[in-house]
Design a protein around this ligand. Structure first.
Ligand code: GLP
Length: 250
């Protein structure tokens, strides 16, 4: 793992965006595995800026998103499809048909999940997978549990995840209780992974993922088995890594 500790959220975002832009420049027809949430928002702003300056094109890029809430339409302002449109897709030249986000309204979740995995396999898996991390160590919406789930699947969200995401909804009761999430198989099948985190409340999840036991009780810990992971954190999210003596880049 290459670990970058940046001074604040903006520096973390810039570093993330540089890694993503480098991937697109190196391989213009790459497959990006995209994430939502507060963590990648700043990186998407940088990518949009660089696109507007004429430095970066998404014309041949394909994207697959990690997850989506069950029951939210793409037009719902808290759906992850809406997030992707408003934070990235509507502002760059990506071809709409080349973007995939799980369908939160699917009538047949099992068939949908199998098709999503088949699509990712048909692309030869993701070239660069972005990941944020939950306070409980979840990646995508792979919540802590007794086993890692390999396939795309429907997840019952942990109470702590519902608490953490309630900030985006009018009330806690409005937070969906389930999501569709890419499984550990597709995430670990990616050629490269970019894990990012910001804020003190992520410090334990980052420490557990990078230095802790590899266990489904901290889903991010499986990344220790991946051969090509870059970790980009701000100083507070990375504070426990420094204390644990982990060697960092730069
Ligand atoms: C959410 C998402 C994850 C995200 C994580 C952290 O619930 N499903 O994909 O990485 O939790 O979110 P944030 O970046 O807003 O802290």
């Amino acid at each position: 793992m290459r670990i970058f500790i940046e001074k604040d959220y903006d520096a973390m975002s810039r570093r993330m965006a540089q890694i993503i832009a480098a991937e697109i420049t190196h391989n213009p027809a790459c497959v990006l595995g995209l994430a939502t949430g507060s963590t990648p928002e700043g990186a998407y702003k940088y990518l949009v800026d660089w696109h507007k300056q004429g430095c970066l094109s998404f014309q041949d890029v394909l994207s697959v998103n990690l997850d989506e809430y069950v029951g939210l339409a793409p037009t719902h302002d808290q759906s992850y499809r809406y997030f992707m449109q408003s934070n990235l897709f509507d502002h760059v030249d990506i071809v709409p048909e080349n973007t995939r986000v799980p369908d939160g309204l699917t009538k047949d979740p099992a068939a949908f999940c199998a098709e999503y995995d088949a699509y990712i396999r048909s692309l030869g898996y993701v070239d660069l997978q972005l990941l944020g991390i939950g306070r409980n160590g979840h990646i995508g919406f792979n919540e802590p549990g007794d086993c890692f789930v390999k396939e795309t699947h429907v997840v019952d969200l942990a109470e702590s995840t519902i608490d953490a995401n309630a900030r985006f909804f009018a009330t806690r009761d409005d937070v969906p209780k389930q999501a569709i999430s890419m499984g550990i198989g597709a995430i670990m099948g990616a050629k490269k992974v970019l894990l990012a985190a910001s804020g003190a409340e992520k410090a334990d999840a980052i420490l557990g993922s990078i230095c802790g036991a590899i266990t489904p009780h901290c889903p991010g810990s499986i990344l220790q088995l991946h051969p090509n992971v870059a970790v980009v954190v701000d100083e507070v999210a990375g504070s426990k890594l420094k204390a644990a003596g982990v060697s960092v880049c730069g």
